[in-house]
Design a protein around this ligand. Structure first.
Ligand code: PEP
Ligand code: MN
Length: 367
């Protein structure tokens, strides 16, 4: 696959040049004309925010919940555009949505995480956008599948859509985490390394799921040289019909944006440090995953300790240990790790496991 060489940089997306990072903000959903207007009016006071987002067709997990106001919201957004001079971004999930948005002068379209997960839908939407000159933002799929994300981007690119950007909105967590969607920063970073001229925008709202972590996620994205942020903001978040817990008031958003630091990235020196911090972020993410896995392993070790204790079986099982060393060394070596490193690591893990089991046995003895 080519390098996406024909992509047009964000600065040249519109007639007047846009500065990066770009800031996109607005409610999860357009709900009423008043809510859209009140939110846009406040947001337009922040000169950094150039694009107003609002969902009209909402992909909801369960039916019979608020599924968006649909096409009637297009007229409200048109008015926002005229009155406040904001560009408008809307999520589209099929060619019909595309057609309606294009007819109503929507400036930017984004493709939601669920839609990106379905190549058939993406192919249809991409076809309906062939040669269209407006920017298309492509969220990551729900699962941490980089190829599926790249596939969606390529489908648009192959239909001659060159104003493209990716949106990182985190990945569905299979276990409970503090985030609604785990950031797994190593994935957007890998995308950036593969396609250096593909802009990436971070959506901290859907990663965080509450307002609590939005600021730290924004700062991290900027420090990782993301090209923009898309943040949900509602005039009265508590009353929001979707994603009420993660939306900021325009005022909170304002304050947050003033606290964010946009660090330099222009000198050759910072180019080096940028890449270095990209690699370090990957290391950070992987280290936490390693520790998470080790913690899970230890929990099972405790269960084994209990089980052996109840059945009056000794802790050290030499044949099992030999098997562990043999199979893991072979596997690790096939992945480029040295025998010495694997042995040392396993010895350390094994020592801790024995310690854990000893604790369990001692505890049970005292009972
Ligand atoms: C949204 O942006 O409101 C949305 C539905 O996001 P996602 O597709 O990332 O879940
Ligand atoms: Mn939302």
């Amino acid at each position: 696959m080519e390098n996406l060489d024909k992509l047009i940089s964000i600065n040249n997306w519109f007639d007047e040049p846009l500065d990066t990072p770009i800031y996109i903000a607005g409610p999860c959903s357009a709900e009423t004309e008043e809510q859209v207007f009140a939110t846009a009016s406040e947001i337009s006071k922040n000169s950094k925010i150039k694009i107003f987002r609002a969902g009209l067709w909402k992909p909801r997990t369960r039916p019979n919940t608020f599924e968006g106001v649909g096409s009637k919201g297009l007229a409200w957004l048109k008015k926002v555009k005229e009155q406040f001079g904001l560009r408008i971004a809307v999520e589209v999930a099929n060619p019909e949505h595309v057609e309606l948005c294009l007819k109503n002068d929507i400036d930017v379209l984004w493709i939601g995480a669920r839609t990106v997960s379905n190549p058939f839908s993406i192919q249809e939407i991409a076809k309906s956008l062939a040669n269209v000159k407006i920017p298309i933002l492509i969220k990551n799929p729900v699962n941490p599948d980089l190829d599926l994300w790249i596939g969606a981007i390529e489908r648009f690119y192959n239909n001659d859509v060159y104003k493209l950007a990716a949106i990182h909105r985190g990945f569905y967590p299979f276990e409970k985490t503090i985030f609604r969607n785990i950031p797994k920063w190593e994935i957007p970073i890998e995308l950036k390394i593969k396609f250096p001229n593909l802009p990436i925008i971070c959506d901290p709202s859907h990663i965080s799921g509450t307002t609590e972590y939005i600021e730290e996620i924004c700062q991290k994205a900027l420090d990782l040289n993301f090209d923009g942020l898309m943040i949900e903001s509602h005039i009265n978040p508590k009353s929001a019909l979707s994603d009420s817990q993660q939306q900021l008031t325009p005022n909170e958003l304002n304050q947050l944006l003033t606290r964010l630091i946009v660090r330099e990235s222009s000198s050759s020196d910072t180019e080096f440090t940028d890449l270095l911090s990209n690699y370090r972020a990957q290391i950070d993410s992987l280290d936490f995953q390693l520790l998470e896995l080790l913690a899970q392993r230890m929990k099972i070790v405790e269960k084994i300790g209990e089980y052996k204790s109840i059945n009056n079986v000794k802790i050290l099982q030499l044949r099992r240990w030999e098997n562990i060393i043999g199979t893991r060394t072979e596997f690790g070596q096939s992945r480029g790790l040295t025998e010495e490193f694997i042995t040392k690591l396993l010895q350390l893990v094994h020592k801790e496991s024995i310690q854990k089991q000893t604790e369990v046995m001692n505890k049970n003895k005292q009972l």
